[in-house]
Design a protein. Structure first.
Length: 549
């Protein structure tokens, strides 16, 4: 989208027809605002939505001791961005620059407006998405700041968690950023106390856990102690699709995600074979839109909230979470996905977060610009990573155990790799050693065809070598294959666990009312489109099951 067009979408003027409708709307409250009064502040949670009737409201960013004006809002323009619906903190402040009249709308009322007034809702949602795009692409927006060393496991862990959860942030490298010394002095922090997380003038946390960080910035929404119609474990494409369909069809829907929404697909820099996106879409953009949709319809997303165990009381599922809370649901969807397998060597775990990575996004790419990098794997994820990294690194070595690039990779992607001059494909090759001090500096490869060994000086190895299902938390009542993938539908024909007279629904597990979708399901097609389809289908079967209760 052309920059000027994007700005017009991001900051539209509601015409008099919409303003008159808002005047009559019972969900809005008219309010007078004094000159210099703050309507919202950076870091504020559950903040209200404002539409300017008269006067002027200034939107500003306040990184530390200087404010930057983002825009000025006048009649018919409104505050807010994606965090307005997802529960995250406000990334800007809004200050009246004259006496103003505004419409004030609570977060709950805004959701009702989006559903009850779809034309107006579309304008607001499109503006929210465009504003986030403008901020992230501007290169000027600061947001949260993470101060820490590029060689620190914890610095990468915090950056990775924020990136997975689509929280705008700026990383200041302890070794290379000239501002670090001044800022550490300003906040009274010693270098050895990093990483730290800062928002505006405020030092938020010193080396927090992911949960502490999520709770501090407000992205971890507490789980209500109620009986949900549908609980979904996992917020990848299957889980998010089920959340959208379930919530939009009136089910009280909860989504539990241990790390960040999007799953493996959410970390892809370019998905080109997903229907409706002929020029491709990043996994992050697709995830942003899905999360926004789920929140629009009232689904409750809690991150990080990991399922640690599952029991049953009568026909209900009882989930035990990692903070020992329990969640009770009439129906359960297992959409916990799969993790990439780890390379079979002791050094692999030692260098995770400081040389070994399982995603290739801008978050990781900043650590290897202009360097040689190694990508391991022969599937689409590895291929997409290699193509993206080729635009950042000097040379990309794509290491494949088999003898054919086209065997497990989409044809269009394999051809693109073959036509990229700084990607070297190494067939019949495997990683046999990694070396370095506190961080990776060298990878050793072995050609299984010739026996030749080759050492590559590199700061980064990206691993995409098959999937391990996240099903260790499931009880024996949920039948799985020998690897751990959940069996459903016809694959349970010989099951002794199934107790009902009817046959299991297509996506139903060996326990009635417990379904599985996406990569975690035995026999699933490992593609974004099929995961989304399965998530949507699962909700249909949930309705059918609930008729039996």
């Amino acid at each position: 989208m052309v920059e000027q067009d994007l700005k017009s979408v991001a900051f539209p003027n509601l015409d008099e027809r919409y303003m008159a409708a808002l005047e009559k709307c019972t969900l809005t409250k008219r309010r007078k605002v004094r000159d210099s009064e703050k309507l919202l502040e950076v870091g504020q949670h559950d903040f209200n939505f404002y539409i300017v009737i008269s006067g002027q409201v200034e939107i500003i960013e306040d990184p530390d001791d200087a404010s930057r004006i983002v825009t000025n809002l006048k009649r018919g323009q409104f505050t807010g961005e994606v965090a307005q619906l997802t529960g995250g903190p406000s990334i800007v402040s809004a200050v009246a620059r004259s006496e103003c009249d505004v419409f004030e709308v609570t977060p709950a009322a805004l959701r009702e407006i989006l559903i009850e007034h779809p034309d107006l809702g579309d304008i607001i949602l499109q503006a929210f998405i465009a504003r986030r795009e403008i901020l992230t692409k501007s290169g000027k927006f600061v947001g949260l700041r993470v101060i820490g060393s590029r060689f620190s496991h914890d610095t990468f862990r915090l950056r990775d968690f924020l990136a997975k959860n689509r929280v705008s942030f700026t990383w200041l490298d302890l070794e290379t950023n000239a501002e670090v010394t001044r800022l550490l002095k300003l906040f009274g922090v010693k270098p050895e106390e990093t990483p730290v997380v800062v928002l505006g003038h405020k030092l938020l946390l010193r080396n927090p856990s992911n949960r502490e960080l999520a709770e501090s910035i407000g992205i971890r929404r507490p789980v209500e102690q109620t009986v949900y119609d549908l609980a979904i474990v996992g917020a990848g494409p299957a889980g998010l699709a089920a959340a959208v369909y379930g919530a939009s069809e009136g089910l009280n829907t909860l989504v539990l995600e241990r790390a960040g929404p999007g799953g493996q697909a959410g970390r892809s820099m370019r998905i080109e074979n997903y229907l409706g996106f002929p020029t491709g879409i990043t996994g992050g953009d697709l995830t942003d839109r899905a999360v926004l949709q789920a929140n629009k319809f009232g689904a409750h997303l809690s991150v990080p909230s990991a399922a640690m165990g599952l029991t049953f009381e009568d026909t209900y599922s009882v989930l035990r979470l990692d903070d020992n809370q329990t969640v009770v649901a009439k129906c359960l969807l297992i959409a916990s996905g799969a993790d990439y397998r780890k390379l079979d060597m002791a050094a692999c775990e030692r260098y995770e977060g400081c040389g070994v990575y399982y995603a290739a996004t801008p978050n990781e790419a900043t650590l290897c610009q202009g360097a040689d990098v190694v990508v391991v794997g022969g599937g689409n994820s590895a291929g997409q990573a290699a193509v993206f990294l080729a635009s950042q690194a000097r040379q990309v070595y794509l290491v494949i155990r088999g003898d054919n690039l086209h065997k497990d990779m989409s044809s269009y992607l394999a051809r693109r790799i073959e036509g990229t001059p700084n990607i070297e494909v190494l067939l019949n090759t495997q990683v046999v050693d990694m070396k370095g001090g506190g961080f990776l500096t060298e990878v050793e490869l072995l050609s299984t065809r010739t026996g030749e060994r080759r050492k590559i000086n590199t700061p980064a190895l990206f691993s995409f070598i098959g999937a391990v299902p996240r099903t260790e938390w499931l009880p024996s009542q949920i039948e799985r294959d020998q690897v751990g993938f959940v069996k459903t539908g016809a694959d349970l024909a010989q099951s002794t666990q199934w107790t009902l007279r009817r046959q299991p629904f297509l996506l139903e597990s060996s326990r009635p009312g417990v379904f599985a979708a996406g990569d975690v399901r035995y026999g699933s097609v490992k593609r974004v489109a099929s995961a989304v389809g399965e998530g949507a289908m699962a909700v249909r079967f949930v309705h059918e099951y609930m008729k039996e209760m």
